[in-house]
Design a protein around this ligand. Structure first.
Ligand code: C2E
Ligand code: MG
Ligand code: MG
Length: 767
């Protein structure tokens, strides 16, 4: 799967979580909305109820206020009338009466105070204003001599109608005249206009008959002229057919003298009529007429405010959610990247591959698959020679080119330094694709100044059981890759079950080796080297055997190569050298015949800077003459690590050690070796001998090698001589020494001692 699809895959994982989060948030949001809507609804109805009761309360207060305004005026008129009544002789002249009336007007809030005598003489606080028309009201005067409040239409400059308080002046049971106190209805309603709802309500003061005594609304002066609340106001509020019913309801309600409210449905709107009785004069009512839509408009403000604030809160919530989502998304992406991506190359890592491969194998059940494990041959060398930066670049090139080649049905991962794994559709072209990849990476690398042929080493595992653990598949492909022999051309290997057995064997050996060394389970066997001409032993080779607890013997072929890869061979080689030295010392000390013993030395020893010193120390420890020890180095080592080999050999030669080249002819033998290396013995590999059996040319070459060695003063010994014919043939071509089953197999030391280390009469042969 390519990077792009991988990203999509990450999104997929993100989406799952986000959808959950989103659905959860939306659900919460819905709940919030529902709660908020209920809250607003309840707030509005509460507010409406509050407005209603508030206007009702306010109406009661206003009624009290009007009542006290009126009573204040009545009191003034009453006390003035009483003052006049006490003037028994009525001997006040016009000026005095005028002064009295003026004084009363000035002290009270009245606009005008008028006295009309029985004979029609009129006195006014405005000296020259007669206020004609007032006398008509005298008829309305109460017969019991109490104050009467009537309506007049004098305008005292505020555009409003006026009212008057009328009081008879009685003296000795005879009405002498009438005292009038006039005032603007503005004064009557003084104080009510400041209430909270005055903006939306029309206020009326009506008397017991329903006559409008005062109104807050100057625009409806005409109403005052028509006088009647039920006629004029209800006409405006209701349809004709409802009017009678309304009037009846209102009259009844007003007559009860309680503070309350009535709602009416009218032409275009609903109306609310709030009313409260005036405590004085009796039967009067203070009325507030309010349009429902005006109350609704008041409430609307709250509605709008609540809705806007709710919308804002929701918007903020959404914004917050969005920011959180963004944050979570990027965090999650980073986490997924960390969890599933290799930071150096951005390639998927093994963890990602395990899941992805499993999914691909399931999703594309019809396709045959192959797991391939591959690495870059000699990457360590590239790393050291070109530096880490270039090597990293090479890895990135690898990733880029691998990605280019993959289909959506395939996946890959970087699982280690230069190690990759891929799940490929097995279409019979996989090796071809790997070669193609190798070419592309090599070309791209050369453009990056890495002038080294890039070789890809790969191991294949054909997926047969799709249910198998992907990690196990990778292990198998890895095993195949590791089994690739570096010198081969194609650098490709396929997994076989034997590889797994090998691995198990390797693991078993590795788990036991350390303890086995301590327990002395590694023992040297000795195989004689033979002088064929004179038919006697001349030397021997020490060959390691692993003798396990139960007596089972493991041959070196099963563990040497493992020890060579894990480095344990170093310990074995020194151990063997020491065992051989110990044995020789014992033989010498016991005065037995001794023969030089050759000991195999691994190439890994060459990398130990103390190698030659350690050899010397062991020899010195057991006081072994140099001539009794020969060190065998295999031919492959010469070929691969020539320089180092020459260096070490020269050092050993300076120490007078005998050196031999083992397995000559088994690998890429070079005659130059014979020239350049300071060695004493050439051991011809047994494979070479097999070759001479069948071909004349092989025999010829062997003869020439022997001649050349002779010429160089090097002894030649042939390994693996099993038959008399072979021995004969060797002697014919000039090789007199042999090592092989014909003479003896490698035998335990005790047996060897018995057979060959025979006691020398008298004294030891070597000191
Ligand atoms: P090598 O050093 O070439 O030893 C000779 C091998 O040839 C021995 O195998 C020996 O048993 C076998 N051989 C000798 N004569 C005949 C014959 O006539 N016919 C056949 N078929 N084989 C014959 P062995 O003991 O199994 O050792 C195998 C290899 O293991 C050795 O080859 C050597 O490379 C390595 N080796 C053994 N011991 C040590 C050790 O202590 N250290 C190291 N580094 N390598 C060791
Ligand atoms: Mg050997
Ligand atoms: Mg050999």
């Amino acid at each position: 799967m390519r990077k792009k699809e991988r990203k999509r895959d990450y999104n997929l994982q993100w989406n799952k979580n986000t959808t959950l989060l989103l659905v959860g948030s939306l659900f919460l949001l819905m709940i919030c909305l529902a709660l908020e809507a209920t809250h607003v609804y309840r707030l509005i109805s509460t507010y409406r109820g509050f407005v209603d009761s508030s206007i009702t309360g306010q109406t009661g207060l206003d009624a009290e206020l009007v009542s006290s305004n009126l009573n204040a005026d009545i009191q003034v008129i009453r006390s003035t009338a009483e003052q006049l009544q006490q003037n028994e002789n009525y001997d006040m002249d016009e000026l005095q009466i005028y002064k009295l009336l003026l004084g009363v007007r000035n002290k009270s809030g009245l606009d005008r105070v008028v006295l009309i005598m029985r004979d029609g003489t009129t006195y006014s606080s405005e000296r020259y204003s007669t206020m004609s028309g007032l006398e008509k009201l005298i008829d309305q005067s109460a017969e019991d001599g109490s104050a009467t409040v009537a309506k007049t239409y004098f305008d005292f400059g505020d555009g409003m109608a006026s009212y008057c308080i009328m009081m008879p002046v009685v003296h000795k049971g005879i009405v002498q005249g009438y005292l009038f106190g006039l005032n603007s209805t503005t004064q009557l309603l003084h104080g009510t206009e400041t209430d909270t709802y005055s903006q939306i309500s029309r206020s009326y003061v009506i008397n017991e008959k329903g006559t409008i005594m005062a109104t807050s609304n100057s625009d409806v002066m005409f109403v005052l002229q028509n006088d009647d609340f039920y006629t004029d106001v209800l006409k405006e509020l209701s349809e004709e057919e409802n009017r009678d019913l309304m009037e009846e309801q209102l009259r009844k309600a007003f007559a009860q003298g309680t503070t309350s409210v009535l709602t009416f449905h009218a032409k275009s709107d609903d109306w609310k009529i709030f009313f409260a009785p005036l405590s004085e004069p009796r039967g009067w009512t203070y009325v507030n007429v309010v349009k429902e839509s005006d109350v609704a408009a008041l409430v609307k403000g709250i509605k709008v405010e609540s809705t806007v604030s709710m919308a804002l809160v929701i918007l903020l919530m959404l914004l917050l959610c969005f920011i959180i989502f963004k944050f979570v998304m990027s965090e999650q992406r980073e986490m997924l990247k960390l969890a599933f991506e290799d930071s150096l190359t951005q390639a998927p890592n093994e963890r990602y591959f395990l899941a992805q491969a499993q999914k691909l194998l399931k999703d594309y059940a019809d396709y045959a698959y192959c797991v391939i494990s591959f690495d870059i041959q000699n990457f360590r060398y590239l790393n050291e020679s070109y530096g880490h930066m270039k090597a990293d670049e090479l890895l990135r090139l690898m990733v880029k080119n691998v990605e280019k080649d993959l289909s959506v049905r395939e996946g890959y991962a970087r699982i280690g330094a230069d190690r990759f794994v891929a799940l490929l559709v097995d279409d019979g072209r996989i090796i071809e694709r790997v070669k193609h990849l190798e070419e592309r990476v090599s070309k791209a690398a050369s453009e990056e100044m890495i002038n080294y042929p890039i070789k890809i080493k790969s191991g294949f595992y054909e997926v047969t059981d799709r249910k198998e653990n992907v990690a196990a598949m990778i292990d198998k492909a890895n095993l195949a890759r590791k089994s690739v022999i570096p010198q081969t051309k194609d650098l490709v290997a396929t997994y076989e079950d034997s590889l797994m057995e090998e691995t198990r064997r390797r693991e078993f050996i590795e788990s036991k080796m350390e303890m086995a060394l301590i327990a002395g389970e590694f023992v040297p066997y000795l195989q004689p080297k033979w002088d064929m001409k004179n038919n006697h032993i001349i030397a021997a080779e020490a060959l390691v055997r692993w003798k396990q607890g139960l007596g089972e013997i493991i041959p070196p072929g099963e563990f040497i190569s493992i020890f060579e890869t894990n480095g344990f061979i170093e310990k074995i080689d020194f151990y063997m050298l020491e065992q051989v030295c110990k044995y020789l010392r014992k033989m010498i000390d016991e005065g037995r015949e001794v023969y030089p013993i050759s000991v195999n030395q691994s190439r890994y020893l060459l990398h130990d800077p103390n190698y030659t010193l350690n050899v010397q120390q062991i020899m010195l420890k057991y006081k072994i003459p140099k001539s009794l020890i020969e060190l065998e180095l295999t031919e492959t080592v010469f070929f691969q690590e020539r320089e180092r080999m020459i260096e070490v050999m020269e050092e050993l030669k300076r120490m007078n050690m005998d050196l031999s080249i083992d397995d000559f002819g088994s690998g890429f033998s070079s005659l130059n070796l014979l020239r350049d290396m300071p060695f004493d013995v050439l051991k011809i590999d047994k494979g070479f001998l097999n070759e001479t059996n069948t071909s004349e040319s092989g025999k010829f070459i062997l003869k020439k090698i022997i001649e050349m060695a002779d010429g160089l003063g090097v002894r030649v010994i042939c390994e693996g001589v099993e038959t008399v014919e072979q021995a004969q043939m060797l002697m014919e071509i000039g090789c007199n020494y042999a090592q092989g089953y014909l003479y003896s197999k490698p035998i335990p030391m005790g047996e060897f001692i018995e057979k060959y280390n025979v006691p020398i009469n008298g004294q030891a042969a070597h000191e």
